[in-house]
Design a protein. Structure first.
Length: 515
């Protein structure tokens, strides 16, 4: 088999492993919470620690890959991610799990930042469209299998198996990468921008920590305000440092290209809407409605099946249809799907979510394959690593920030609704905040068991209503985020910004002049 097809195979294997891990982990979070008696913030960090290390390191590893070799960094990333997965599977506390998830993110960053650049270097012309189409279909399969495999493994074996499943995949992919993939690097290498890396990492961690801390300490807490303010200052400092740097990890000049900006907004809003909502949808299905992990996985297949079908079609269409007509409408469908899920009541069945699941899944499938090609399609080959890293950074920043911010909104909405629902029950009215905290942490059954028998029915109804009310608020907010991203994508993404279009124009101008 030609080595370029081996490149496609190992890149798809690495992508499959990473996306499978994302959806598997979400389904298993309630079981992790129960085993470790973990707080709601621990669940947020289990998601955000991975996303944060990805976002912080993507730009640096992209630059390192351009300088030292994309195959080298890709294979190193596979090794680190596999080791991190093993550590997650052996974790004995929430802290150990979060640290191991961060280690996974370190390996994942090198895989994400180099995968698309490896494909772009190996494939050209129509074959590049085929390669990205296969990659898009792989993402659909991975996301589609994640919930059901996560549910089966978690229910049948243990949540630890969801991490250990990565180990054999990682080992095989690493061997294939070292023996079957050609090395590639930028023709002009630049030194790593360590100051930019430090400022970006510190800023993102401070910002996300501030949002997560709000859930338990409130907006008036000094630590919350200090973290949020510090994060904003550090991120502004990052932008200023990049503008002055001779070799920035993020060339701010890329922001002068409307299509690059549109693609970045699409990446942020895609992950900051539907994918950030998965945590809360899983908590609703398992803690709110009482489904098992496997039953939850089966229900989430409605989203991922739509993604798979639409991603396959979108990957093929992306070489024939302007990508703005896939990305923009796709995000709009995601927004509509999230809005369709809203309107839940305390007595609602899970079937209320079905139309929204299908519409949002189809929309997400339309977005992902063309968004990948857009990230590197507007730059010259020597900037492919940076462009891929920037796009993936916006994706991970979107899910990390949104997961933390949505947790704050959910906590507030849950508490307000419980206070209202229990206002007429003197024995429970003063305990609304404590009850809300227990509901968040999946301990509602224990709270219900300790309540006065005469008040249990009222408490159960109020809790279910509060959970539904909180989820409704999150669905409307994330739906609005997706709609804004879709409109911005339609307005900003232009065919003439792509490198191949500019090259064709340069060729045609001399021909016209000579004629």
């Amino acid at each position: 088999m030609d080595r370029k097809w081996w490149t496609l195979l190992v890149v798809c294997a690495g992508t499959f492993m990473l996306l499978l891990d994302l959806t598997i982990v979400v389904v298993a979070l309630p079981d992790i919470q129960r085993e470790f008696h973990a707080g709601f913030s621990d669940l947020q960090w289990t998601v955000s620690a991975y996303a944060l290390t990805l976002a912080s390191l993507l730009l640096t590893t992209g630059a390192l890959a351009d300088r030292y070799g994309r195959r080298l960094l890709f294979s190193a990333g596979l090794v680190i991610f596999t080791a991190g997965s093993l550590a997650c599977g052996l974790a004995q506390s929430p802290t150990m799990l979060v640290i191991s998830r961060a280690a996974q993110g370190v390996g994942g960053a090198t895989i994400f930042s180099t995968s698309l650049a490896l494909l772009a270097d190996s494939f050209h012309g129509r074959e590049r469209g085929v390669a990205f189409g296969v990659w898009g279909a792989t993402t659909g399969v991975a996301v589609a299998l994640g919930p059901i495999l996560g549910g089966v493994i978690t229910s049948g074996i243990s949540w630890r198996g969801i991490f250990l499943v990565n180990v054999p995949i990682g080992i095989v992919a690493t061997i294939a990468t070292r023996t079957r993939v050609d090395e590639s690097r930028a023709s002009v290498a630049t030194p790593p921008d360590w100051s930019g890396f430090v400022l970006l990492t510190a800023g993102l961690v401070s910002l996300v920590y501030g949002f997560i801390r709000v859930s338990s300490h409130g907006w008036g807490d000094t630590g919350v305000l200090a973290c949020l303010a510090g994060g904003c200052v550090l991120l502004v400092a990052f932008v200023l440092a990049e503008a002055r740097s001779k070799h920035p990890m993020f060339d701010l000049g890329l922001l002068r290209t409307p299509t690059f900006v549109g693609g970045s907004i699409a990446a942020f809003t895609m992950n900051g809407s539907l994918f950030a909502m998965l945590l809360y949808l899983v908590l609703y299905l398992q803690d709110g409605l009482g489904f098992s992990a496997s039953a939850t996985g089966v229900r989430l297949l409605l989203i991922t099946a739509g993604m798979f079908v639409a991603a396959t079609a979108s990957g093929r269409l992306s070489s024939h249809v302007p990508v703005r007509w896939l990305i923009g409408p796709g995000l709009v469908l995601v927004g509509i799907g999230l809005a369709l899920m809203a309107g839940l009541k305390g007595t609602s069945a899970w079937t209320h979510l079905i139309p929204g699941f299908l519409v949002a899944g189809i929309g997400a499938g339309m977005v992902n394959p063309p968004l990948a090609s857009t990230a590197i399609g507007v730059v010259e080959p020597e900037q492919a690593g940076m462009a891929s890293g920037v796009n993936s950074t916006f994706r991970q920043v979107g899910i990390a920030v949104a997961t933390a911010a949505l947790g704050t909104l959910f906590t507030s909405a849950l508490r307000r609704s419980l206070e209202h629902g229990l206002a007429g029950v003197p024995a429970l009215a003063g305990h609304a905040s404590a009850i809300a905290a227990q509901v968040q942490q999946g301990n509602f059954s224990a709270v219900l068991a300790t309540a006065p028998p005469a008040q249990r029915a009222r408490l159960e109804a109020a809790a279910h209503s509060a959970f539904a009310s909180g989820l409704n608020e999150l669905l409307l907010v994330t739906g609005a985020v997706a709609l804004v991203g879709g409109i911005a994508s339609l307005a900003l993404i232009r065919s003439r910004d792509f490198a191949h279009t500019r090259a064709a124009a340069r060729v045609s101008r001399p021909a016209e002049a000579s004629a």
